[in-house]
Ligand binder design. Structure first.
Ligand SMILES: Nc1nc2c(ncn2[C@@H]2O[C@H](COP(=O)(O)OP(=O)(O)OP(=O)(O)O)[C@@H](O)[C@H]2O)c(=O)[nH]1
Ligand SMILES: [Mg+2]
Length: 243
């Protein structure tokens, strides 16, 4: 089985080398890594390219068009030819040691998608979040659970792996803007019958360097995504089940 890992980056010059070092230390066979940079002004692309010169299994891509985590991940998934497509944050908050556990889930041939979850037994955080960050994350998760009726305990995780053919099946129904590509893919897969999505416990680390890209615009894009998915739910279910 071939694995393709997308690391979307925007201004991660201070984190990208450490993240790549940690991933390579895991020695995961048949893993190709794609850094997908959005023309970061801090030079992330050049740093990653320099690193990739010494490693055959790392490619660095520049994403064109509307800037955003979601469109960058879709762009990367389309460039990659892995059987399992993976997405992790490039700032080190998604730990490389958890990747092994997420990939092991695919020993189950009927599994469509594995989500790295902080809110299942064994998952969690290396440090306590500040009150407002925690409140924001909880509220955003609750909104997804109510509006999209998802059973997923950690819809905000952003760490996920999906079988390529399942991604292909839902891809044309995606409307990827902003941050929450994982939730959108998971929502579309949950409309397919049968489907199997599993949450794997992960521990979320604190950001050691660089800045968060969470902003009011991202929050607006997230709410728009939830309502669009909600309104299109019936049509999407029909289209995916006829597919
Ligand atoms: N290509 C691309 N990557 C992005 C964009 N925005 C964020 N990212 C990357 O997506 C990942 C997640 O973004 P973060 O800002 O860390 O979001 P977060 O983890 O929810 O927030 P913090 O906990 O504060 O770090 C990181 O690897 C970012 O560099 C973007 O517009 N384009
Ligand atoms: Mg982060």
């Amino acid at each position: 089985m071939k694995y393709a890992l997308i690391l979307p980056t925007y201004n991660e010059a201070e984190s990208i080398v450490k993240t790549l070092d940690n991933l390579l230390k895991e020695n995961i066979p048949s893993l190709e890594i794609f850094v997908v940079d959005d023309h970061s002004p801090d030079g992330t692309f050049a740093i990653a390219e320099e690193y990739a010169k010494k490693h055959e299994n790392i490619r660095v891509l520049l994403h064109e068009g509307e800037r955003g985590l979601s469109p960058s991940v879709v762009y990367g998934f389309n460039k990659a030819d892995g059987d399992i497509l993976i997405c992790m944050d490039a700032d080190g908050q998604h730990r490389s040691c958890d990747l092994v556990k997420v990939l092991a889930e695919f020993e189950d041939p009927s599994l469509d998608m594995a989500i790295g979850s902080r809110h299942v037994e064994g998952g969690g955080f290396t440090e306590k979040w500040n009150f407002f960050r925690s409140l924001f994350s909880r509220t955003a998760s609750l909104a997804a659970q109510i509006i999209l009726r998802t059973q997923v305990r950690d819809p905000m995780s952003g760490f996920f792996a999906v079988r390529r053919d399942r991604f292909r099946k839902v891809e044309k129904y995606l409307d990827p803007h902003g941050f929450k590509i994982m939730l959108e893919i998971c929502f579309l897969l949950s409309l397919c019958e049968p489907h199997k999505i599993r949450e794997t416990p992960i521990v979320f680390a604190m950001r050691e360097a660089g800045k968060s890209k969470l902003s009011a615009k991202i929050i607006k894009q997230y709410l728009a995504m939830l309502f669009k998915c909600f309104l299109r739910r019936g049509k999407l279910r029909k289209a995916l089940q006829d597919h």
